[in-house]
Ligand binder design. Structure first.
Ligand code: UD1
Length: 375
């Protein structure tokens, strides 16, 4: 068995904010190893500087080789645009594999194009299941896993899910969590909460909570959003809530006429933050309230209590082992959980297996073995 002279190419796909965090350690590990070449394709699903460019800078991600510039649209339009624009790229590059991360529309779109062309699909963060098919991300996860050839998982429950769905065990690898690789690699460089708040004209409170909210199921329905924000306002009357607002949520909050209750000192509203700013805030928060997936994992890694404002989580290790509690959106439940947090100080948790900052190295070793050696 001899090794090829020129490194083989893997096309890596990123589209939305959490994808950038996941590709960063993989790009770095592949470059350090040198046997495979990563060609990076940005679909353009997220295009605002605050949701995209700043992440490339903060995480030292190589400039994308190609930007498909799909932008926003309905799920069908966004998915279809990624597919149509990616196909000629794959025809030209003829990669050894296409690597997709996470569960966004760009993930399934790229996986589908590659699979139909007979190009091996590598899915990083496979096997997570909320068992709620109303979430667009759940549909994206289930379908991407079905057409993937290598599935890298972050926690053991994901393996059980994949076995149940008939995926052969030899395709599945428990490698740890690349998002936690990024966190460990950048924590020392995180922007201090003082600096981030000062830049927005606020001073640092002694203790504060951080809130993020962007799920369509939470923000797109006026009634749900209003109820949820009323519950959160109850907490904000006791501990200031720092709230970096996603563009989708900003639009919905003002349409719902909720801007009035979101005033200082209870609420400190910020624009969407860069990776290092967000890391600085979450790592020094007393409590995090979120409907994000990745933040449930980051708070577990940081040992910061997290209330998940959804009815379920696809990341059960954050609950069984970490600092996460699934609260839902009922204000009474939220306030009861906060009362308990005040007396106990919140869940302390432990770090799940292999969330040690080396997941991307494990992925690289497996990819290099499979794709850089020729008969
Ligand atoms: C997407 C992902 C979600 C992920 C989130 C992270 C899917 C199905 N959802 O949700 O899993 O957690 O990204 O943020 O892929 N917008 C801007 N600027 C941008 C991008 C979007 O203003 O750069 C606004 C547009 O009004 C757009 C809306 O945000 O319609 C929603 O964007 P979209 O990419 O459809 O989904 P997200 O809600 O961001």
């Amino acid at each position: 068995m001899s090794r090829s002279r020129s490194p083989f190419t893997i096309v890596g796909i990123v589209g939305a904010r959490p994808n950038f965090v996941k590709i960063a350690p993989i790009a770095a590990a592949l470059a350090a190893d040198g046997r495979l070449h990563l060609q990076l394709v940005h679909t353009g699903q997220h295009y605002d500087a605050a949701l995209s460019d700043s992440f490339f800078a903060d995480l030292s991600i190589p400039r994308p080789d190609i930007n498909l510039e799909v932008g926003s649209g309905s799920h069908a339009v966004q998915t279809a645009e990624v597919m149509t624009r990616l196909e000629p790229v794959l025809d030209r590059v003829q990669p050894a594999a296409v690597l997709v991360v996470g569960d966004v529309n760009s993930t399934i779109a790229a996986a589908l194009v590659a699979a139909k062309k007979g190009i091996p699909v590598v899915h990083v963060e496979a096997g997570l299941r909320s068992f709620d098919r109303r979430m667009p991300e759940e549909v994206n996860r289930v379908l991407t896993d079905q057409i993937s050839d290598l599935l890298f998982v972050t926690e053991s429950e994901a393996i059980t899910n994949l076995h149940r769905e008939g995926i052969s065990p030899e395709k599945i690898f428990l490698v740890g969590n690349v998002m936690i690789d990024a966190l460990r690699g950048h924590l020392k460089r995180a922007t201090s909460a003082t600096t981030t708040l000062r830049q927005a004209g606020f001073s640092l409170p002694e203790r504060f909570a951080v809130l993020t909210l962007h799920r369509p199921s939470n923000v797109d329905h006026l009634g749900t959003l209003t109820r949820l924000m009323n519950g959160i306002a109850g907490i904000a009357s006791e501990i200031p809530v720092v709230f970096p607002v996603h563009p989708r949520t900003a639009e919905r909050l003002s349409a719902a006429g909720l801007s009035g209750i979101l005033a200082p000192p209870s609420f400190m509203l910020l624009p969407p933050l860069g990776y290092l700013e967000m890391l600085g805030l979450t790592s020094s928060a007393a409590l995090v309230l979120t409907d994000s997936g990745g933040i449930q994992e980051e708070t577990t890694a940081l040992g910061v209590p997290c209330f998940t404002l959804r009815e379920n989580t696809e990341r059960p290790a954050t609950v069984t082992e970490g600092t996460n509690t699934v609260i839902g959106t009922d204000p009474a439940r939220l306030l009861a959980a906060y009362a308990e947090f005040k007396t106990t100080g919140g869940k302390r948790g432990r770090i799940p297996e292999l969330w040690d900052g080396k997941a991307a190295q494990r992925i690289t070793a497996i990819l290099a073995k499979k794709f850089s050696e020729v008969e």
